[in-house]
Design a protein around this ligand. Structure first.
Ligand code: GDR
Length: 339
């Protein structure tokens, strides 16, 4: 019989790519998603799998909802990808973020323990847990010092997962995942905001992009590569925690440069701080401005991950380069806008 996987947060970027991967492997994929009359399946549709994933209502704020889905569906594996995942929103919504991202995981682990402790569990942890990290690059042994309510909530969930494994005997893994992007990324995240912004200007439908801290750096990988590692974790000999990252960091400014080039612009930067702008050398037009509104109250120190353990123990390494990632995102945005 086909293995059955329950993916929470199935309508998100990772949910879509992981669904596709598991379907290709012959899984029966059950997708958990918050009950909503306006559920948007655009990502599953974009991958052509919206009819292949069975969507069920699942609410991480409610234990009964979690228990009833697990009891009914009896999955072999659960991938918890559902979260309030926007770091900046977590500063305004710390309690809701904690309820979903921290306690939501405690609820799932409690349900697994009560219903069937043989269910394998993957928790989507985050590089935001490192926050004010004392060292770079960050690995599984780097101390966590989260600097956002989101990072703090994810850290609680991470330790609950570790404890469920060590004390509870569950096959529970935590993927400490650095930023991973794709054409299916939401517009609230900086990469897609930039690629979509340049594509709009290129087709004559946008006047410019407003960004926050241009000097912020991130380790940006490709989402389809990362979901492969999630599956590998649940199929390793023993459960463990792994950093998933490329090992290279880039600034928001250099992401802009690469995206602009892919969209046919040639950027030059002028001014500094909040007065800095990027001008397209060909047309003399200002295409990027800084707006303080997009600054974070508390920016982590440069985040860059060390994926050595995942390479050694899971045989995993990211395949797509930074340049190809940016180009792919811009091209897909251009294609969608021209359609
Ligand atoms: P992040 O991703 O917070 O790292 O979390 P995001 O793309 O939002 O920010 C990355 C960096 O870009 C800077 N930045 C801006 N960010 C946004 N969103 N909008 C802007 O206009 C802007 N200008 C500059 C930010 O300050 C930041 O430094 C993502 C999410 O997917 C999390 O859920 C996940 O856990 C982590 O990645 C790993």
């Amino acid at each position: 019989m086909a293995r059955r996987a329950l993916i929470t947060g199935v309508t998100g970027q990772d949910g879509a790519y992981l669904s596709r991967l598991l379907l290709e492997k012959g899984y029966d994929v059950v997708g958990g998603s918050r009950a909503s009359p306006a559920r948007d399946l655009w990502r599953l549709k974009a991958l052509g799998i919206d009819r292949d994933v069975r969507i069920v209502d699942l609410e991480l704020l409610d234990s009964r909802s979690i228990v009833s889905v697990i009891e009914r569906e009896r999955p072999d594996e659960i991938y918890n990808l559902a979260a309030q995942s926007v770091v900046s929103s977590s500063f305004h919504l710390p309690v809701l973020t904690g309820d979903a991202d921290a306690l939501g995981v405690a609820r799932i682990l409690e349900a697994i323990t009560g219903i069937d402790p043989s269910i394998r569990f993957y928790q989507a942890s985050s590089s935001e847990m490192f926050g004010d990290a004392p060292a770079a690059p960050q690995s599984e042994g780097t101390p966590f010092r989260p600097r956002s309510p989101y990072g703090a909530a994810k850290l609680y969930a991470h330790w609950m997962t570790v404890n469920a494994r060590n004390a509870g005997g569950l096959f529970a893994c935590s993927g400490i995942v650095f930023n991973h992007e794709s054409p299916l990324r939401g517009l609230e995240f900086v990469t897609r905001k930039i690629t979509h912004g340049f594509a709009r200007i290129a087709v004559g439908r946008g006047d410019g992009i407003e960004l926050g801290n241009l000097d912020a750096t991130r380790d940006w990988g490709s989402a389809p590569d990362y979901v492969e590692a999630m599956w590998r974790m649940l199929h390793a000999k023993r459960p463990d925690d792994y950093v998933l990252a490329t090992g290279q960091s880039h600034s928001v400014r250099s992401f802009c440069k690469a995206a602009a080039q892919a969209a046919g612009f040639d950027l030059t930067w002028h001014g500094s701080g909040t007065d800095e702008v990027a001008v397209d050398a060909k047309t003399g037009r200002v295409v990027v401005r800084v707006n303080e509104k997009f600054y974070r109250p508390n920016e982590p120190i440069p985040l860059v991950g060390d994926p050595t353990k995942a390479r050694r123990e899971l045989g995993w390494q990211p395949r797509m380069s930074f340049e190809d990632l940016v180009r792919t995102m811009v091209e897909e945005d251009l294609r969608r806008l021209r359609r």
